[in-house]
Design a protein around this ligand. Structure first.
Ligand code: MTE
Ligand code: MO
Length: 438
């Protein structure tokens, strides 16, 4: 019943009592102090660094629910082995920030998130059927071939981001996949407007919400249960960038990303972007499928004590727009630069859910001073902002580089994960990398 959530971690259940001697930042700052010695940095002679104690996750507290052996490589046909496996049942992998260095995320580097089993590969792609039912005048069954021929195709480059991206930074650990910053990617999606298809079916005045269904079996194999089935208000469905897509980066939509057909609902948690899409139910009332209600994709409207055991029934609301986030994609965390280096070129990306990115800044002195980066113009709404810039370091030594984006409303990323919730949605603290000069 819980979408981003494997069984509850017992440690995450306890500790509902706040204590002044354990402020959220204490572990992080202690680690930074300890990070001063090369031994602590894991800098073995000659070997350049997985800077474990200063890796972004560790710098903000080692996630209690992290796999025991540390990051596991991802081995899947067509996928870059540099992705990090977060779980194999269901199959989940995130993209390290340094692999999000392309303007358009290649399929090989695009994160993977499944809630259930992966369905059998589909041979007759053009014959795949989508049903539109519920509060419509004329229920429709459309094949992919009909979608392609009957409606005007659209291509947009848009961010897809898991609602749990950033979850590993919550303390105590929130239950679910322990994403760092890599539950996101930005691809070129080709398909048709969901709005055009809904209008062809004729929306009744009672059409207020959608419910989405995909063909993937529930993890248990129980045919009576959906792996995930989320839905949204009709206004979001009718936005011109909400698409039913069959192609990704100009290629037929890969099976692992939901081919032959998926939704792409940009700006909101990617769980709405149903893969292996075969049915959209138009509803008069909010959808009640797998992943709706309770604490699923829901966040508190009144802040709660971190670690609270709450059911999400009161003072919770569905997560809609994802919060502003930025990453440094180059240099990679742990880069060692020649001793004489002072000018360091930086690259990265920033995005802000339904909002625009107004500003991207980098600090190399733990946030005392911020330096503005140059932002490229996004291709279209919901595209990410690629940014570049340079900082001039004062000396050789060990530096942490922090990036912070601010959205069009003036809301910046916080230094720590805020608004704790049981399943850990909407965490967007600063991305931090470490470099060693000399
Ligand atoms: N049918 C189906 N659609 C789904 C999911 C799923 O498990 N089944 N996972 C959702 C979630 S939680 C995310 S984050 C995205 C991940 O998309 P990707 O695997 O293409 O990166 O797909 C969404 N669509
Ligand atoms: Mo997700």
């Amino acid at each position: 019943m819980l979408n981003e959530a494997p069984p509850r971690d017992a440690a995450a259940e306890s500790a509902a009592t706040p204590s002044a001697d354990r402020p959220v930042t204490s572990r992080a700052s202690r680690r930074l102090v300890l990070g001063g010695s090369l031994a602590a940095l894991g800098l073995a002679a000659g070997g350049l660094p997985r800077l474990s104690p200063v890796s972004p996750a560790a710098a903000q507290g080692t996630p209690a629910a992290a796999p025991p052996k540390g990051p596991q490589p991802f081995d899947y046909p067509g996928k870059d082995k540099g992705l990090t496996l977060l779980g194999d049942r269901p199959l989940v992998a995130e993209t390290p920030a340094n692999l999000l260095d392309d303007d358009t995320t290649p399929i090989a580097k695009f994160f993977v998130r499944n809630n259930g089993q992966i369905p059998e590969p589909i041979k007759d792609v053009d014959g795949w059927q989508l049903k539109i039912e519920g509060e419509v005048d004329k229920p429709l069954t459309l094949t992919v071939a009909e979608l392609k021929s009957r409606f005007a195709p659209q291509t947009f480059r848009m961010v897809l981001e898991c609602g749990g991206n950033g979850r590993s930074f919550y303390q105590p650990a929130a239950r679910g996949n322990q994403w760092t910053h890599g539950g996101a990617g930005c691809a070129e999606w080709t398909g048709v407007r969901l709005a055009d298809v809904l209008k062809a079916a004729g929306l009744k005045s009672s059409a207020k919400f959608t419910g989405h269904y995909g063909a993937d079996p529930h993890l248990s194999g129980d045919t009576g249960r959906d792996a995930v089935s989320r839905g949204m208000p009709i206004e979001k469905a009718l936005e011109p960038h909400s698409l039913i897509v069959w192609a990704m980066n100009g290629e037929p939509l890969p099976h692992i990303h939901g081919g032959p057909l998926r939704l792409v609902v940009p700006g909101w948690p990617a769980s709405l972007s149903s893969k292996w899409l075969n049915r959209i139910l138009v509803r008069a009332t909010p959808h009640d499928g797998q992943g709706m209600g309770g604490t699923s994709y829901r966040v508190p409207t009144v802040p709660i004590v971190p670690g609270s055991n709450v059911d999400g029934k009161t003072n919770f609301t569905d997560l809609t727009s994802m919060p502003v986030r930025s990453i440094i994609s180059a240099p990679a965390n742990g880069t060692r630069l020649p001793a004489a280096t002072r000018d360091v070129a930086l690259r990265g990306a920033a995005w802000a859910g339904d909002h625009e990115v107004a500003k991207v800044e980098v600090s190399f002195d733990a946030g005392q001073r911020w330096h503005a980066m140059t932002m490229a113009k996004p291709k279209n709404r919901y595209d990410w902002v690629r940014w570049t810039g340079q900082i001039t370091l004062p000396s050789e030594g060990y530096f942490e580089l922090w990036v912070r984006a601010t959205d069009s409303r003036g809301v910046a990323q916080p230094h720590v994960a805020t608004n704790w919730n049981p399943q850990g949605y909407g965490s967007n603290p600063l991305h931090r990398i470490a470099v060693l000069v000399g």
